[in-house]
Structure formats: structure tokens, C-alpha cells
Ligand binder design. Structure first.
Ligand code: GLA
Ligand code: ZN
Length: 684
């Protein structure tokens, strides 16, 4: 439980008292109390203030604010402040400053602007974390630790090159093995000593493609580029682990986190989560972000630790400053999005930020307290209302879990490999594909877990692995066991192609998944965005009937045991299989050979769900999101209305208690626009 000290959903967020005179702190306490704030995250960016020089620390101001918060019965999410090193440190130890992909040494400034392999950085950051732990270990306000902030630098300096070689030695043992794993006889890349290996950057293997104004990285050598991504993710993780250990030793009972960023490409968050006590993340949807996209990211964050509740560490109460268009959250939207997080497994609702800065780039970023400085604002009132509600919920939903019968596979290595791939299409984007399949479940309110390809699949009835291009050791067997035991597995074009080093599995695609899928992919056609083909159903499947548009990639398949359920509608491969089913053991393995329109996926996924009696707990129309969390014998059903109008929902004849309004509900009801219901039911 994150909230051990306080039997409430933690409600609060980032606060920068060092940007304000101390008189303001007193007023802030009044406003925090008024808004129902019970946790404050600090000091996230105060390293320069906490450590004015190499041998001096200045904690007195921090003591004062933490004591003040404690007097006001507000807990502290204690940050280690290490995301932006002090200028004196960069000046004295230039090795701390990173080198970018263009080969340019960066100068001091911004934030997360350090080389993750700088031992100076690691030493000073874990030292500071340890000092903070020593000082506040017994402080009654200390609730959670927040290390760094949004890790994610990549660096190409000499030091990183050196460490990369060590990392490779550990992974491959000999230079011969490395040559083999990276297929270095291609373009005469064979190396004879570790020193010959240099980080892949724009100075060598990497380049930029441009298509319709969007720039995309490419690499000439997937092997080295993939390993460099892995190494960089591990390098930042080492920085985090250094601080983690320094803190854990002193406060073993307090949970430690760092704020993640959803589908953030640079870091393999599944690996990171192994070293986090609790996952936390920063959710910044824009005004046009689909609710399903946000839901997917919540589910991914919950999936990182196998379904454990997570912290919503940051969201804005109103607007961002860094998006192209920083629209205001419309009335009710902040509340709706807060509950959406809870509905997907969050046990905290926290903001960036509590008081709006008055200088630098975040001065137009939303906050609980506006520049006006008082509580008479729409945003404050909405936050205050939510604070009241959350305090009424007490610990009811805290620690409750979700139960999903379907899962979607997500894998960072696979993501990197798919998008490093030179061919078949520049338009193939991994997360986009995952989103399409996720949306199909979301639109019928079927709960989905996001899992790794190696995770135990036996508790699911349906597992979807969109574009599972890379098959790492053990993955093919894992999936086969799942299907053999009766599972339904769905995968797509461009799957089963390569191993963990991006070397093709010879003998025909989809390589290690060929037998399971009962097909052989002979060729893959790439369609321009204007080109379309279609999938023609041979017989209706559930609500799927006749013909649906497809594009992007079209695999040309030969059947080797599988049955065609649909075929291409045109081109020279008209009539060849586009959708196949292979019976394998007790289960079913489906292959979708092209990228179909959303309607096809919606109906296809619905059909598989119907077949397995997986349905929504509530009859809902478009724009209504339904999820459930469970705790002991209690079931909590969250119903969220994303529509701009009052929407009807049918609760059927089940009797629920609406715990935000404390009244009984059943049958046909209506939910306000942007409204939320949390319904409790005892299940025996
Ligand atoms: C991130 C950071 C915060 C702040 C917000 C602004 O999430 O962690 O420090 O900059 O963005 O949206
Ligand atoms: Zn470096």
C-alpha cells in the first residue's frame, strides 16, 4: 500500500517552495487545506539550493517547509532533486555534461542534462539521496520517495563508449560472438578488438529520414543500435539504482519510485519497474487525445509491475505549456481524467503543479493556485470539489486490483527493432498498432492487461501481440504453451521475423511462430498511404461480413495447416489469405496479414470476446468507459462519461451503491456529461 500512513487516496502534487518567499508558504498551506491536499511532492529541482558547493549542504529551508506541511497534516513525497545538477558541478566536472547524437558536447542548463555514465554524477546524486534519507528518515511526514525526474538522456561521449564496451563484454563474452550477433560481415564491419566499437550516432551508423515533414531516425546497423538503446536504458537505470540503494539502506520501509512517462521510447520501463517499489507516471493528454490512448497508458503503467496499483504522479489541473496548443481542460475534464486513472489502477491523484511559477517556461502551465494567488478560480474550485470527493472515498478503492481475461503484449526491444528496421515501410509505428488493438477492446469495455512477451499467459483467454517482430528466447514456447492450453492468440503482419539481435530467423516467416500459426509468409508488400487493399471475409465472423479496407503492409501467405477466414480483395494477390486461423492444441492462433480499418478490428475482437463469454459488466453506448477494480469481496465499477452530453447506461437488474452520492442504483440511469460514477457491490 502506498498510502500506509494515511487512509486516503493521496491527493496533491509538485510544489516548488524555493521559488517563493516563506510568507507565501503560509498562505499556500491555507489553500492546500482548502483544496483537500494531503500530499506534496518536493523538492524536485532544488539540487543547486540543497548543495551550494561540493562539501556543503543546505537543508534548513527544506526542514522548515517539511515541518510546516507536517503541522498541516500533509504528507511528503520526498524527491531527491537530482534531475538537474548545480552549475558549479558541471563547471568543475565537465564529464558530467553529455554529448548528443550529432557529436556535440552540451553545455550546462535545461534539465536531465547529464551523462548517465558519469561516475561524478552517480556519486553526487546517490550521496545527496543518502543525505536526504539520513536527515528525514524519522520525519513523520515522509511518505514516499521520488528519485530524479523523468529520466531519459542519451549520451554519446567517450565515457559512454567505454562503458558500452564493458556492457557488451558482459553480454557477449568474446569479440567473435559479438561479430556473429551483429552480423558484422555486412559492409565489412568485422571488429578485432573491443576498442574498435563506437556508439552508433549521426556520425556513423545513424541518419534521419524525412517523410511528410516528420523526421525519423534510421540506422544502418540494427544490431549495434539496438544494443545501444538497451545500454542507454540500463545506464540511466544505474543512476536510479545508485540513489535507490542509498535510500533503501536507511529507510527500508518507505516505498521508492521515479516518475515515468507512459509510452516513452527511450527507457525499457518493464526492466525499470523491477527496481521500483511502486510505479508512478505523468499523464499529459492534449485536448484531442483519445480517452482510449490515455487508458492504454494507464494499463501499461499498471502492467509494469504485474497489475499492482500505481501512482498518478503528475497531471495538469488545467493546461500544459509545452504542447503546440495548450487548451484548457474543459469543466469536469480534470475530475474525469483523475477518476480515469483511478479506474485503471491508480491509488493517487497528483498534479504538476500546486502553485504556478512566475518565471521561465512553466509560468503558463496550469496549477492549483493561479497567478491571481487566491482560491476564486474555476480551476481551484474544481480541484477543491475533487479533493472533497476523494476524502469521502477514504481507503475504499485503495489496493484494489483489476482482473483481465485479455492481454496485449508490449515490448520495448520490439518497439526499437520495428522502428529501426530499414523497410518494409516508414509508416509502420509500433505504438500505433498496439493502440488500434487496444481500442477494439476499449470500445466494448473489456479490461486488458499489458504484459511482456515472456510473461505467464495462462491466466488469460485472449492474448494479442500486434507486430511481434522480435522473438526473444523463450517467447515462442511461451506463446505456444498458452495456445496449446486453450488460449486464443492473435498476431499480425511483420511478426516472428527476427531474434533479439534483429537477425532474421531463416526458413521462412514468421520464423519461430510459423508452426503455431500454420502459415508461411512468402513476401510482404508495402502500400503507400494512398494505396489500399481489402480483406474479404469468406464467411461472416460474428458481426464481420463481406469486405474491409486494409493497407500499410500486406503479407503474401501460403497456408501450412491454417485455414483462411478472409482473403485479399484485389491486386495480383487477390484471393490469397489475409486472415487465418490455425487450431493448435486446445487453442486458436489467428494471423492478420495486413493493417485493417478500425471497424474490422473492433468487430473481430468483439467476436473473439463473445466466443469466450467475455463481456462488459454494463450495457454502455459510445463514449462511456467502464472498468472494475476488486478488493476482498468488494467490486467497484467505474463508469466514466467522456461525452459532451448526458448519456444513458443500463445497469441491468444489478443493485449497486453509488459511493460518490451514497445512494442505490440499478436499471436504466443517466450520467451527466463528463460525469463519473463509482458503484460498489458486495460479491460473495
Ligand atoms: C513533466 C515534469 C514536470 C513538469 C511537467 C510539465 O512531467 O516532470 O517537472 O515540467 O512535465 O508538464
Ligand atoms: Zn556519456
Amino acid at each position: 500500500m502506498i498510502n500506509e500512513k494515511m487512509p486516503y487516496i493521496y491527493y496533491g502534487g509538485d510544489y516548488n517552495p524555493d521559488q517563493w518567499p516563506e510568507e507565501t508558504w503560509i498562505e499556500d498551506m491555507r489553500l492546500f487545506k482548502l483544496a483537500g491536499i494531503n500530499i506534496v511532492t518536493l523538492p524536485v529541482f532544488s539540487w543547486a539550493k540543497l548543495q551550494p558547493s561540493e562539501d556543503t549542504y543546505n537543508f534548513e529551508w527544506l526542514d522548515r517547509i517539511i515541518n510546516l506541511l507536517n503541522e498541516n497534516e500533509i504528507d511528503v513525497c520526498l524527491a531527491t532533486s537530482t534531475a538537474a545538477q548545480p552549475a558549479w558541478m558541471s563547471l568543475k566536472y565537465p564529464e558530467i555534461l553529455p554529448v548528443d547524437k550529432e557529436g556535440r558536447k552540451r553545455t550546462h542548463g535545461e534539465r536531465v542534462n547529464f551523462c548517465p555514465n558519469s561516475m561524478v554524477y552517480r556519486k553526487f546524486s546517490s550521496k545527496l539521496a543518502g543525505e536526504l534519507a539520513k536527515r528525514y528518515k524519522d520525519h513523520p511526514a515522509l511518505a514516499v520517495w521520488h528519485i530524479g525526474n523523468e529520466y531519459g538522456t542519451t549520451c554519446y561521449c567517450e565515457n559512454c563508449a567505454k562503458e558500452f564496451r564493458e556492457w557488451l563484454k558482459k553480454r557477449y563474452g568474446t569479440i567473435e560472438e559479438l561479430n556473429k550477433r551483429w552480423n558484422m560481415s555486412f559492409w565489412g564491419h568485422t571488429v578485432y578488438s573491443w576498442d574498435e566499437i563506437v556508439p552508433p550516432s549521426y556520425l556513423n551508423e545513424m541518419g534521419k529520414n524525412e517523410y511528410q515533414g516528420i523526421q525519423m531516425d534510421y540506422t544502418c546497423f540494427q544490431g549495434i543500435s539496438l544494443d545501444y538503446n538497451r545500454f542507454m536504458s540500463d545506464s540511466s537505470l544505474e543512476c536510479y539504482i545508485g540513489e535507490y540503494k542509498a535510500i533503501k539502506e536507511i529507510t527500508p520501509g518507505i516505498q521508492i519510485t521515479t516518475n515515468l512517462m507512459g509510452t516513452f521510447k527511450t527507457l525499457d520501463y518493464f526492466k525499470w519497474a523491477e527496481y521500483m517499489d511502486v510505479v508512478s507516471w505523468d499523464n499529459y493528454p492534449g485536448i484531442t487525445t483519445l480517452p482510449s490512448s490515455t487508458a492504454l497508458r494507464h494499463d501499461l503503467m499498471r502492467g509494469l509491475k504485474g497489475g499492482k496499483p500505481f501512482m498518478l504522479m503528475e497531471q495538469t489541473p488545467s493546461q500544459q505549456n509545452w504542447q503546440p496548443f495548450n487548451s484548457l481542460k474543459r469543466p469536469g475534464v480534470m475530475r474525469l481524467q483523475s477518476y480515469q486513472a483511478v479506474a485503471h489502477g491508480a491509488d493517487t491523484v497528483m498534479f504538476f503543479q500546486l502553485r504556478r511559477s512566475f518565471g521561465a517556461c512553466e509560468k503558463y502551465h496550469g496549477a492549483l493556485i493561479a497567478h491571481a494567488g487566491h482560491e476564486n478560480t474555476r480551476v481551484f474550485r474544481e480541484c477543491q470539489t475533487l479533493g472533497k470527493e476523494l476524502s469521502m472515498l477514504k481507503d475504499k478503492t485503495i489496493d484494489s486490483v483489476m482482473k483481465s481475461r485479455a492481454a496485449i503484449v508490449f515490448d520495448w526491444d520490439n518497439w526499437w527493432a520495428v522502428e529501426f528496421s530499414s523497410g518494409p515501410s516508414i509508416m509502420l509505428k509500433y505504438v500505433q498498432q498496439v493502440e488500434k488493438y487496444y481500442r477494439a477492446f476499449y470500445s466494448i469495455n473489456i479490461s486488458v492487461d499489458i504484459i511482456r512477451p515472456n510473461d505467464d499467459m495462462s491466466k488469460y483467454e485472449i492474448v494479442v501481440a500486434p507486430v511481434l517482430y522480435m522473438i526473444k528466447p523463450g517467447v515462442a514456447d511461451n506463446i505456444k504453451n498458452f495456445v496449446r492450453g486453450g488460449g486464443n492468440f492473435i498476431t499480425t503482419f511483420f511478426s516472428g521475423i527476427v531474434n533479439e539481435n534483429d537477425l532474421v530467423t531463416l526458413g521462412g516467416y514468421p520464423g519461430e511462430l510459423k508452426e503455431l500459426l500454420g502459415i508461411w509468409v512468402e513476401e510482404t508488400d508495402a502500400l503507400t498511404p494512398e494505396m489500399k487493399n481489402s480483406i474479404k471475409l469468406l464467411n461472416p465472423i460474428g458481426e464481420l461480413n463481406e469486405e474491409y479496407q486494409c493497407g500499410l503492409l500486406c503479407d503474401l501467405i501460403n497456408l501450412e495447416g491454417a485455414k483462411a477466414l478472409g482473403v485479399y480483395g484485389k491486386d495480383f494477390y487477390e484471393g490469397r489469405p489475409a486472415l487465418t486461423l490455425n487450431k493448435y492444441g486446445e487453442g486458436n492462433a489467428y494471423y492478420i496479414a495486413s493493417d485493417p480499418e478500425q471497424e474490422f478490428l473492433d468487430k473481430f475482437i468483439k467476436h473473439i470476446c463473445d466466443n469466450n463469454n467475455i463481456g462488459s459488466p454494463v450495457d454502455a453506448t459510445k463514449g462511456i468507459e467502464v472498468t472494475q477494480r476488486y478488493k476482498g469481496n468488494k467490486e467497484f465499477t467505474f463508469i466514466l462519461n467522456h461525452n459532451d452530453s448526458i448519456t444513458a447506461v443500463n445497469l441491468k437488474d444489478i443493485e449497486y451503491v453509488d459511493i460518490l452520492n451514497n445512494k442505490k442504483l440499478s436499471g436504466k440511469i443517466e450520467i451527466d456529461k463528463k460525469g463519473v460514477l463509482i458503484l460498489e457491490r458486495i460479491k460473495n
